[in-house]
Design a protein around this ligand. Structure first.
Ligand code: SF4
Ligand code: SF4
Ligand code: SF4
Ligand code: FES
Length: 377
């Protein structure tokens, strides 16, 4: 008889906590069950079915992400029946809409034929912007399927390109619902949801309007969680490919929350920003400034040296010269008029560390408690 709270996956027994799903246990044991719709931290929906597994005694395959483990369960994660089901799901997804990457259409034809196929599918000649960075493409490769098993069903909806930061390509949407959950359950912005029915199902903002005319705040959470090329940062599209970038982890400097960012850097330029998954305080989420406000880094108008104003005109100065000047002026004011003649104003729009330093400088160096903050201005 099996132990209480023990499950057997692929012949190996594992203990589990009540409420854990088959996927939770598999992840902990480094057993790779593919997922598409599953979003950590959100309610499991079980819509894509790519995570199906075989459970002895069940009359059908069960989604690992939405099936709670029960004592004595016997699970197979890559049985022939499971693999056949996943191949079928992938074939249907690839035939739906426009998946004109190499997965669909290269099959032995030469490059010219392939390009002509791309043009026919996309009416633009452009390959998918997330080619090589797509979960569906990864799984098509893993399970060796392409999009030719079923007649292609084109998307009824044109691409939405009017938004300032996000391009929505409904023809590449696999309707996994991750964007909806990210918007409603993680960010709680409630800007998008499923709309229409059947072949006309679409992710819509209220009134089926473009995001720019909706409650969307352009946090970009939906872009980060989209597993395919249906949601893409406008400025990143066709400018950079994921594998060409180096990722540099840093802390966002727009406010004191301290969100963890990955700067995607190509040729020494920041070309994209994403949230670092799985770490505090933001667990991958960002606001519009953190995610999209990085142009200033590469702006030719960015100040890179201190400026000193003389006779009404600014001139460039070295850091030593500028700091010496500030120190001398503050020192003189302090000597002539006392420390309390000086006040320091800081901001919520800098890091906690900068605010801490400003407080130390004001109290310990200037010897005044006259320090305040933009929240009270
Ligand atoms: S979304 Fe993915 S599967 Fe579809 S065309 Fe783009 S890379 Fe290929
Ligand atoms: S950008 Fe943010 S607010 Fe807008 S739809 Fe996406 S998740 Fe929702
Ligand atoms: S836009 Fe992306 S995340 Fe949203 S349902 Fe479509 S494929 Fe899924
Ligand atoms: S990942 Fe489990 S049903 Fe989609």
């Amino acid at each position: 008889m099996s132990e209480p709270n023990t499950i057997t996956i692929n012949g190996n027994a594992f203990t589990f906590e009540p409420g854990e799903t088959i996927l939770d246990i598999a992840k902990r044991q480094s057993i790779d069950i593919p997922t598409l719709c599953h979003l950590k931290g959100a309610t499991p929906t079980g819509v894509c079915r790519i995570c199906v597994v075989e459970v002895r005694g069940a009359d059908k395959l069960l989604p690992a992400c939405a099936t709670p483990a029960t004592a004595g369960m016997l699970v197979q994660t890559e049985s022939p029946q499971v693999v056949a089901a996943r191949r079928l799901i992938l074939q249907m997804m690839l035939a739906s809409g426009n998946h004109n990457c190499a997965v669909r259409g290269s099959d032995g034809r030469d490059w010219t034929h392939f390009q002509m196929g791309v043009q026919q599918d996309d009416q633009s000649g452009e390959l998918c912007p997330v080619w090589g960075d797509c979960r569906l493409q990864d799984l098509a490769y893993r399970y060796q399927v392409d999009g030719h098993a079923f007649p292609r069903s084109p998307s009824p909806y044109p691409m939405e390109t009017v938004n300032p930061f996000i391009v929505r390509d409904f023809a590449r949407c696999i309707q996994c619902g991750r964007c909806v959950q990210a918007c409603n359950e993680i960010q709680v912005n409630n800007a998008i949801n499923f709309g229409y029915k059947g072949a006309f199902t679409k992710i819509v903002a209220a009134g089926d309007r473009p995001l720019r005319d909706s409650d969307c705040v352009f946090c970009g959470e939906c872009v980060q969680v989209c597993p395919v090329g249906a949601l893409v940062e406008k400025d990143v599209r066709y400018r950079v490919r994921q594998w060409e970038t180096e990722q540099v982890r840093t802390t966002c400097s727009y406010c004191g929350v301290g969100c963890q960012l990955n700067l995607h850097v190509k040729d020494n330029r920041v070309v994209k920003v994403s949230g670092v998954e799985g770490v505090a305080p933001n667990y991958g989420s960002l606001c519009v400034k953190g995610r999209f406000g990085y142009d200033f880094v590469n702006s030719p108008e960015r100040l890179k040296t201190p400026l000193i104003k003389e006779n009404g005109q600014f001139r460039e100065a070295s850091w030593d010269e500028a700091l010496d000047l500030v120190a001398a002026r503050l020192g003189k004011i302090k000597t002539d008029h006392g420390p309390d003649s000086i006040g320091v104003l800081t901001s919520a729009r800098v890091t906690n560390e900068e605010n801490y330093l400003a407080s130390k400088f004001t109290r310990a160096v200037l010897k005044t408690n006259n320090i305040d903050h933009c929240a009270r201005l």
